[in-house]
Design a protein around this ligand. Structure first.
Ligand code: SAM
Length: 391
């Protein structure tokens, strides 16, 4: 059929992620057996079979969605889109009784309205069902069985099935949030980017809803990223292999282990403390995370080595009277109380971060939602820099 490229079943796959985490996700995919892994902007392309697809959903901490392309073709306008979407045999993909939704993203195209693109795609699908079977499946935008992704870039349209369904950052453990919670996927990505060697304390002294310590505990204990999640969209697909899926989950769950060093979370706000407590309990991690309701300066480092990883208020999304004072204070506490530790701070306020007053040893750029952010590393040597190096 002209211009329609059929993809081999479950072979070419696309994982979406947050800008700045592409390489981390590529490494995760390689480690679970994906081949031909290549990074793009907020995506990682790879090849694999159904097992790879299931594993990517269950194990990748830094993926937002795993897409399975089902067709690619050229489009110049909405009518052409309608005609070409209709050439795909949708009844082989899902049933009349299943609900579906369409998500469209459009770049560099004369078709500027993504809503209209999804409307046209939906029309083509329901018209085809009606013409063939006399009835049509229903759309459900909240919790559909089948998620269809339309991606138009210039004149190229790629249609994919979204195997994840709800975004994979919705891990299932977070039942409450305080102000400005960080995405679970970003938190997991920061932990991986920090290179945390799990040899020493892990501290988040401004833990808010507890996302960072929960992700740290999941990482340290080998708890799969999808462990708490109830469902994935691929479970509704016609080719769903329940036995393979169970095997993959059982294998991954059997790798869950103990972790020796403390994971410590604290926040000065009693409200945040309570929210973090309910999330930690919901994740059944109350034995693994020590939760404290204290200001940063009152925390006492335990083993004398380890890592602090946190996102202080930025001053943009949170009402802070004196954001500069707060960042100066962070620098003082790090210098005076956390010698022998390294600290990683993510902030969307690089100006305020200068007031920490310590020399960063690394700076990375990432996005926290829409906010361009810096992820900055500081090393607080126990003695002089030289002595610490000799150690
Ligand atoms: C951006 S929020 C952290 C969000 C968190 N990562 C999450 O996922 O929910 C910043 C937190 O820092 C806390 N905070 C601000 N100053 C503090 C201080 N001096 N000591 C301890 N916590 C502080 C605030 O109460 C707030 O919960």
């Amino acid at each position: 059929m002209e211009n329609i490229i059929p993809f081999e079943q479950g072979m070419d796959l696309t994982a979406k992620t947050i800008s700045g985490l592409e390489e981390v996700l590529a490494e995760e995919l390689r480690s679970l057996g994906a081949s031909q892994v290549a990074t793009g902007k907020r995506v990682v392309l790879f090849r694999g079979d159904n097992a790879t697809l299931y594993k990517a959903n269950y194990l990748c901490r830094t993926a937002l969605r795993i897409l399975k392309p089902i067709g690619a073709f050229t489009v110049r306008n909405e009518n052409e889109l309608y005609e070409k979407v209709k050439r795909i045999d949708w009844a082989t993909i899902f049933d009349l009784k299943q609900t579906f939704s369409i998500s469209a993203s459009v770049f560099n195209s004369s078709m500027t309205h993504s809503l209209y693109v999804s409307q046209k795609t939906k029309d083509a699908i329901v018209d085809q069902f009606r013409e063939k079977l006399g009835r049509r499946p229903s759309v459900d935008t909240e919790d559909p069985d089948i998620y269809i992704d339309v991606h138009i870039n210039g004149e190229t349209c790629t249609l994919s099935l979204d195997s994840s369904g709800h975004s994979l950052h919705k891990r299932g453990y977070r039942i409450a949030t305080d102000k400005a919670p960080i995405s679970e996927v970003l938190a997991a990505g920061l932990i991986k980017l920090s290179g945390w060697d799990k040899d020493g304390d892990f501290l988040d002294p401004m833990c808010g809803s507890g996302t960072i310590p929960i992700e740290a505990a999941m990482n340290a204990l080998n708890i799969p990223a999808g462990y708490y999640r109830k469902k994935f969209s691929f479970e509704n697909w016609k080719d769903f292999d329940a036995e393979l899926w169970k095997q993959i989950k059982d294998d991954a769950n059997s790798e869950i282990k103990e972790h020796d060093y403390p994971i410590i979370a604290s926040d000065q706000s009693y409200k945040a403390f309570n929210i973090a407590r309910s999330n930690i309990r919901n994740a059944k991690l109350d034995q693994d995370i020590t939760l404290i309701n204290k200001p940063f300066e009152k925390m006492n480092p335990e083993s004398g080595k380890g890592i602090l990883l946190f996102n202080p208020p930025y001053g943009e999304r949170l009402e802070e009277d004196n954001i500069i004072e707060l960042y100066k204070h962070i620098g003082d506490v790090l210098k005076n109380k956390f010698q022998g530790y390294e600290a990683w701070i993510i902030t969307a306020n690089p100006e305020a971060a200068k007031f920490i007053g310590l020399k960063p040893s690394k700076k990375l750029t990432l996005f926290n939602g829409q906010l361009e952010s810096r992820f900055i590393k500081f090393e607080m040597y126990a003695g002089s820099k030289k002595a610490s190096k000799q150690d």
